[in-house]
Design a protein around this ligand. Structure first.
Ligand SMILES: [Zn+2]
Length: 264
């Protein structure tokens, strides 16, 4: 048994199937991650066009199964293609990171409205941004962690709550506790469970990224290449520490290959 439903969605992944069809995974507004078959999607006069490309924001009509499994997609209309994301390789890498992470961490058919809004908001801001695309990508990762229940605290000690990092640490490096999502000050370091080093400069940058109310404002935060590498590794390792679906992935494996891949 299946029912016909309509929902907004973002295309996460699309692959060829048989002679003319495609199997497409969407993140939908109403049902979370959903996979469906689009018959005739690759036929020469297909009505689907660019609506099945990765990152496309669409309005979907499908025959949805009552049990989890492959659904039949009957209609998919493009609401927005975010076409400027593909115009720049660095932008594209951030956009693909967004959909790859969602594809990995989202469970099938579990609605999560904040996550849906975060995906659409991030892709839309990335589409419009003209600089500092990685700051947008980092803000996405921070907010993704928060939505999934792994919040950060970049401003105060995760144990005593004081903000005395800079006064007590002269080395420029602090110990961040992945299990608490916060750094610990030098007085509290005996309580640390999963310590990871982070420079105090980068902790301050992460605090700025986390406290930007709108993701679009993150594109005003410039980060130098060395700090970018440390922050990128830090955030991905943090997500991987908490989210079992990411544990078998190495960050370079996903993200370095993304730059070479094609979204279509
Ligand atoms: Zn403390």
């Amino acid at each position: 048994m299946s029912q016909i439903v309509k929902t907004e969605a973002v295309v996460l992944k699309s692959m060829k199937y048989g002679e003319t069809s495609k199997i497409v995974t969407f993140y939908t507004q109403k049902y979370g991650k959903v996979t469906g078959i689009v018959k005739g999607a690759r036929a020469s006069k297909s009505k689907f066009g660019a609506s099945l490309d990765s990152m496309a924001y669409v309005l979907l009509v499908m025959y949805k199964k009552e049990t989890k499994g492959l659904n039949l997609i009957s209609q998919c209309d493009l609401l927005k293609s975010f076409r400027y994301i593909s115009s720049d390789l660095d932008k594209l890498a951030e956009g693909l990171k967004v959909i790859e992470l969602v594809y990995r961490v989202a469970h099938d058919e579990e609605q999560n409205l904040p996550l849906f809004k975060l995906i659409v908001g991030t892709l839309s801001d990335l589409d419009k941004a003209d600089k500092n695309f990685s700051s947008i990508g980092f803000t996405f990762e921070i907010k993704l962690g928060e939505i999934l229940g792994y919040s950060f605290n970049f401003s105060t000690c995760g144990k005593c709550g004081r903000n005395n990092f800079r006064k007590t640490e002269q080395t420029g490096s602090l110990l961040f506790d992945f299990s608490r999502g916060a750094a610990l000050c030098s007085d509290c370091q005996n309580y640390i469970i999963h310590p990871v080093k982070i420079s105090s400069d980068n902790l301050a940058i992460l605090n700025r990224l986390e406290t930007t109310a709108e993701i679009s404002a993150a594109s005003n935060i410039e980060i130098n290449p060395q700090n970018k590498t440390e922050i990128g590794n830090f955030l991905f390792d943090y997500l991987r520490y908490h989210i079992s679906e990411l544990k078998d992935l190495k960050s370079d494996k996903i993200f370095n290959n993304l730059k070479k891949s094609n979204p279509h």
